[in-house]
Design a protein around this ligand. Structure first.
Ligand code: HEM
Length: 415
């Protein structure tokens, strides 16, 4: 893999085609030279080494509250569309943006539903669904793995966990799709606000209806668990309940789809590892962590400097934005042997693909369950599975490492 050729150290561009296609290669030289770097183009710090990313994720001087100041500035005008305001207000209640004590309070309310033991109860349903999705793929020819299996699996499972009835699934998916760009591309594109706001309004009204329905007739689902938590804790407001439901909905949607797709892609590019998975010679628990390290879907998380301070010899100023590039940390040669190689038997490791510290991904057990079922089933289903011809198109997002589609062939080309 080329390392230095694409990077102009005078002006690396996070969003350049080269950086999007191959962030690992593009930034490797920067990580070696200046692991904590001021990017004048995006007026942000880039942290790329494993050591410094892990330190920053635990350091309270890096604030998670990167959304309130932004929203205050953007929505300060009197003529802001009320639906746009509502969409941002829902987002601002997400625990991932919260500091203590609100963060711990909100997280505690959801923890129970996401323990490995609670998530293990979903195994049989996730396996059944994955088999059904795979069976629906045409037996021969080309197909997009993301649209057919990798995306529907996590999206149906989270809808079922929340308690969204099957009859409502279509409308629910339409609203979700409208809000998704906000989650994946961030807040910088006002041209999308109208559609995002309409989607969020649909979700908010719909969830309100579900809260009412499940208050009157409780069932065994996540919304009912949150309603019970709310009944027992009067500090948990309805706005926080709404925010938490939407965060759980979006937190694991595209991330898990990309986890599955990037994992299958990595296997297709490493035939020895692919054979090991097909022949059940790998410990899937370890392999999943290696898929996450090697090309996990969480590319970057954002923090804001809370105060003026020194970090790794650099002077950070209060309010400056900081990008922690998880993908780069996960290929740091100072933290991993042969970081550019996919080694599914690597053993216990400290990748930061699910973050680290207090905000470590709440949904990690669910993502592991789904990818741990889907990846082996997919590669075993088609013994001659191969990439379809044509270039891969990576999504031009800073936060996410994912493909627009992953076109695969189930059989070799015949002439
Ligand atoms: C492979 C899939 C996933 C990846 C790569 C991923 C990645 C991450 C990362 C990096 C963070 C930390 C963000 C930060 O520190 O700013 C995070 C937090 C979070 N994730 Fe995930 N995630 C995945 C799947 C899921 C799923 C399936 C759910 C739930 C259904 C979920 C829910 C959450 C929540 C609620 C948080 C906030 C935790 C907190 O602030 O305490 N994630 N995730």
């Amino acid at each position: 893999m080329s390392v230095t050729t694409a990077l102009d150290p005078a002006a690396p561009d996070l969003m350049s085609a080269a950086a999007i296609a191959d962030p690992h290669g593009y930034f490797a030289a920067l990580r070696e030279l200046t692991p904590v770097y001021w990017d004048a183009r995006y007026r942000s710090w880039l942290i790329t080494s494993h050591r410094h990313v892990a330190e920053a994720l635990r350091d309270p001087r890096f604030s998670c509250d990167r959304i309130e100041p932004y929203i205050r500035k953007k929505l300060s005008g009197p003529d802001t569309d009320p639906l746009v305001r509502q969409a941002f207000e829902v987002l601002s209640g997400w625990m991932v943006f919260k500091e203590e004590p609100d963060h711990t309070r909100l997280r505690r309310l959801c923890n129970q539903a996401f323990t490995p033991q609670s998530i293990a109860k979903l195994r049989a349903r996730a396996e059944q669904l994955c088999h059904e999705l795979i069976a629906a793929v045409p037996a021969r020819g080309e197909f997009d793995l993301i649209a057919t299996v990798a995306a529907p699996l996590p999206s149906i499972i989270i809808a079922e966990m929340l308690g969204v009835p099957v009859a409502d699934r279509h409308d629910f998916e339409q609203w979700t799709a409208k809000v998704s760009p906000l989650v994946s591309t961030g807040l910088d594109d006002p041209s999308r606000y109208g559609s995002v706001a309409a989607g969020m309004a649909g979700l908010v009204n719909y969830f309100r209806g579900l809260f009412q329905r499940y208050t009157e007739q409780p069932e065994d689902n996540l919304i009912c668990a949150l309603l019970r938590a709310r009944a027992a804790d009067d500090t948990f407001s309805e706005a926080e309940l709404m925010a938490t439901c939407t965060l759980l909905l979006f937190g694991g949607h595209e991330t898990t789809a990309n986890f599955i797709a990037n994992g299958v892609l990595a296997l297709l590019r490493h035939p020895d590892q692919l054979a090991a998975v097909r022949e059940d010679r790998v410990e899937m628990k370890q392999a999943l962590e290696e898929f996450m390290r090697y090309d996990g879907p969480g590319k970057t998380v954002v923090r804001v400097a809370r105060e003026d301070f020194e970090f790794a010899g650099q002077s950070m100023r209060a309010g400056q934005r900081v990008f922690l590039i998880l993908s780069l940390a996960n290929r740091d040669p100072l933290a991993f042997d042969e970081p550019e190689r996919l080694r599914l038997d690597r053993g216990p490791q400290r990748h930061v693909g699910f973050g680290f510290g207090q905000h470590f991904c709440l949904g990690a057990p669910l993502a592991r369950l789904e990818a741990g079922i889907a990846i082996p089933l997919i590669v075993k289903r088609w013994p001659a599975l191969a990439l379809a011809p044509g270039p891969l198109q990576w999504l031009p997002f800073l936060g996410t490492r994912g493909l627009r589609e992953l076109r695969l062939r189930t059989h070799p080309l015949t002439h």
